[in-house]
Ligand binder design. Sequence first.
Ligand SMILES: Nc1ncnc2c1ncn2[C@@H]1O[C@H](COP(=O)(O)OP(=O)(O)OP(=O)(O)O)[C@@H](O)[C@H]1O
Ligand SMILES: N[C@@H](CCO)C(=O)O
Length: 318
Amino acid sequence: MAVFTPVTLDDLSQWIPPFSLGKALAIRGISSGIENSNFFINTERGEYVLTVFEKLTFEQLPFYLELMRHLAQRGVLVPEPIANSQGQIINPLHGKPAAIVTKLAGDCQLAPAAVHCAEVGAMLAKMHLAAQDFPIRQPNLRGLPWWRETAPVVLPYLPAEGQQLLHDEMVFQEAFAASDIYRQLPNGPVHADLFRNNVMFDGDQLTGFFDFYFAGCDTWLFDLAVTVNDWCIDLDSGVLDNARVRAMLDAYHAVRPFSAAEQTAWQPMLRAGALRFWLSRLYDFYLPRAAEMLTPHDPSHFERILRQRVAHPAPALY
Ligand SMILES: Nc1ncnc2c1ncn2[C@@H]1O[C@H](COP(=O)(O)OP(=O)(O)OP(=O)(O)O)[C@@H](O)[C@H]1O
Ligand SMILES: N[C@@H](CCO)C(=O)O
């Protein structure tokens, strides 16, 4: 269940003329998302995705949608927003902001091999480079300031050993963020949520990144750490699979070579990537907002990953 705002073929037919996509032929709700109402639509020009944004506002959306447009125009594989005859990509539908984007071919690869990790690594590096001159700046809204706010809120719900880990990791990450090495890390717009369910593949070929609604400006290394922590692990234990890590890092490095500062920062950054999702999952688990999370994700998954990254060094960046 993920269509919160129903849109009928009649609604779409009346709304779609300014987009020059021909007549609307069919509309089908997509059941898997939990944030927005998503639909596959068929028009005389082909198949597209219509999203009605349930929480993000007209003011907040340009960062995400303009970033997607910027990346698509530079050859990064992402859904491209379709503009209407006035050049606008965000338009009201049933009183909420809505957008049409191109549909990516294929499916998510939920059991990735090294070949898929290499595709993701190369496209991620390409994305970081292409986003460098994107003119709108928005911080990662799930970065350190949000961790500082959230850690004390979730702490009381944890058993003693969880509290200890969270406390120690916050101290560690505060020191890391204040370090000289951290200041030397290249940064810019990042996806910040590039999990297996946010990338499409057609066979072994990557067809695009999507779901940019946690994007923001942060270090490129943070984006890579988040991605490695999902794509290159054994899901049950959180243990890194060295072959997949190597494939992703080598492919990234071939497009955008890592710096010496990034090499030094790699281990703490993998911990930062784990902490960020442990915190958000704890928050959604213990403080669910009305009708928001249909099935909260398991926070202990990221506690395990964090403990793994603290205890065992990951393969070096290069
Ligand atoms: N551009 C696209 N091309 C092809 N499929 C898409 C596209 N955008 C979304 N989808 C499909 O719609 C589903 C839901 O989209 P998305 O993940 O963006 O939703 P969401 O509401 O933001 O949810 P969540 O945050 O839970 O992932 C995806 O899993 C994917 O199958
Ligand atoms: N990728 C996030 C969900 C938000 O998209 C998680 O697994 O916790």
